[in-house]
Write a protein that binds this ligand. Structure first.
Ligand code: AMP
Length: 417
């Protein structure tokens, strides 16, 4: 039996890869207009980075990390997310010393040992941003508006923004205690994971997806009613800015997100068209994480978007460029002439392929058909002598001669028609 991919991982190739590139290029273009700079961190880090950064009591650290010992016995982990790594890099390179607000973005693979299903993989790709150095609610709103802008520019519809506040070190402990009291009262109705979470991470119970837990939580205390004045004011300003920026949102008091490090604003964007794995992205404010890593007191805000899921939503668009590629067929001893023709097209930004192995014109045309191609040039010995090529449009079933010196212009016109 030939070897296959590891469970939960996949190969991504043409034409799907075109959707990925389309999304990445659009996103990079827009991020630049908001003054974000790219950062590439290693795919693996010392395990401590994630254990400290994400929180020991989270599902990710508890049961989803790919952790192994290297040859010197050091504990290494494949990154399950990138915020902890970016914070590590921010401190390692003393980026805070430059002053001002630091805006970073990343694109790359993440690894989590989760149960694979459509939209959920063990290696998946995220685009994420982190903004360091501002407590201002404007940053929360603008960073949310940024991602909505990206999603709209790639043509996504049917999106909702859910938003909540998790309070701060003043008001969250009071809420946590109230919630814990409530959860102890309904413990028997909760799933095994949630029973454990009552002591370790009670807020996490709020976004458990098990139906019986959801039902049992109907009368749970609402975090929105426990926010202190400062958190309320922060949230009101975030809402105000979102409204002035034209971003629609819903307040969702049970939205807590799986990670420990959030403070105040948390949000996610969900799609109506994704089934059970409907969250495209999530994020929020994390004002204490940099300090907890041993750095200066630096408030921060970020989100991470799942590219695999986003690409599933781009399915209807046509990214296949086979019908824009020009296939060049030799006849007799004319491969050099084909290459000369291809070179002119390529210099002018047109995609072309020399069908060097074609045994006959008929076989070449069959092969172009199979690849969903449309445009063919026959560049044989007799055409070379006349300084022309024969152009065939397989869709319209037309054929004509074109002078070699005019091919770039004429084929551009054909493709743009
Ligand atoms: P998180 O880092 O858990 O906040 O997730 C942010 C986004 O990454 C989610 O909204 C998903 O779109 C995506 N994501 C998270 N886990 C996976 C996974 N296992 N497979 C595919 N996408 C994922």
């Amino acid at each position: 039996m030939p070897v296959k991919t590891v469970k939960g991982t996949r190969d991504i190739f043409y034409p799907d890869i075109e959707k990925w590139k389309f999304f990445e290029e659009k996103a990079r273009e827009i991020l630049k207009t908001y003054n974000f700079k790219e950062i590439i961190t290693p795919i693996f880090e010392y395990t401590e980075v994630f254990a400290r950064g994400i929180g020991e009591d989270t599902d990710i650290v508890h049961k989803e990390m790919y952790t192994f010992k290297d040859r010197k016995g050091r504990s290494i982990t494949l990154r399950p997310e990138n915020t902890a790594s970016v914070v590590r890099a921010y401190l390692e390179h003393k980026m805070y010393a430059e002053g001002g607000i630091k805006r970073l973005f990343y694109i790359g693979p993440m690894f989590r040992y989760e149960r694979p299903q459509k939209g959920r993989y063990r290696q998946f790709f995220q685009l994420g941003v982190e903004v360091f150095g501002s407590k201002n609610p404007f940053i929360d709103a603008e960073t949310i508006e940024l991602v909505i802008n990206i999603l709209e520019k790639v043509g996504l519809k049917g999106l909702s923004v859910n938003i909540n506040s998790l309070g701060c070190e003043k008001c969250r402990p009071v809420y946590r205690e109230n919630l814990q009291k409530f959860l102890k009262g309904i413990k028997e109705k909760l799933c095994e994971d949630c029973k454990r979470r009552i002591d370790t991470n009670p807020l996490r119970v709020l976004d458990c997806k098990v139906p019986s837990c959801k039902e049992a939580l109907k009368d749970a205390p609402n975090i929105q009613q426990s926010l202190c004045e400062d958190c309320k004011e922060h949230q009101a300003k975030v809402f105000h800015y979102l409204e002035t920026m034209g971003v629609k949102y819903e307040v969702e008091p049970n939205l807590v997100r799986g990670l420990d490090y959030y403070t105040r604003t948390v949000f996610e964007v969900v799609s109506d068209n994704l089934g059970s794995q409907n969250a495209i992205l999530g994020g929020g404010r994390y004002d204490n994480l940099v300090k907890e890593f041993g750095g200066p007191d630096t408030p921060a805000f970020g989100w991470a978007l799942g590219i695999d899921r986003l690409v599933l939503l781009l399915e209807d668009k046509n990214f296949d460029f086979a019908n824009k590629t020009i296939y060049i067929v030799p006849a007799g001893n004319s491969i050099d002439y084909c290459f000369q023709t291809a070179k002119i097209l390529r210099e002018n930004g047109l995609a072309s392929e020399v069908m060097a192995d074609s045994k006959s014109l008929k076989k070449a045309l069959n092969s172009v058909n199979k690849q969903r191609g449309r445009f063919v040039l026959i560049a044989g010995e007799s055409e070379r002598e006349k300084g022309i090529v024969i152009f065939k449009d397989m869709e319209n079933k037309t054929q004509r001669e074109i002078k070699l010196e005019n091919i770039a212009k004429e084929l551009k016109d054909e493709i743009d028609k």
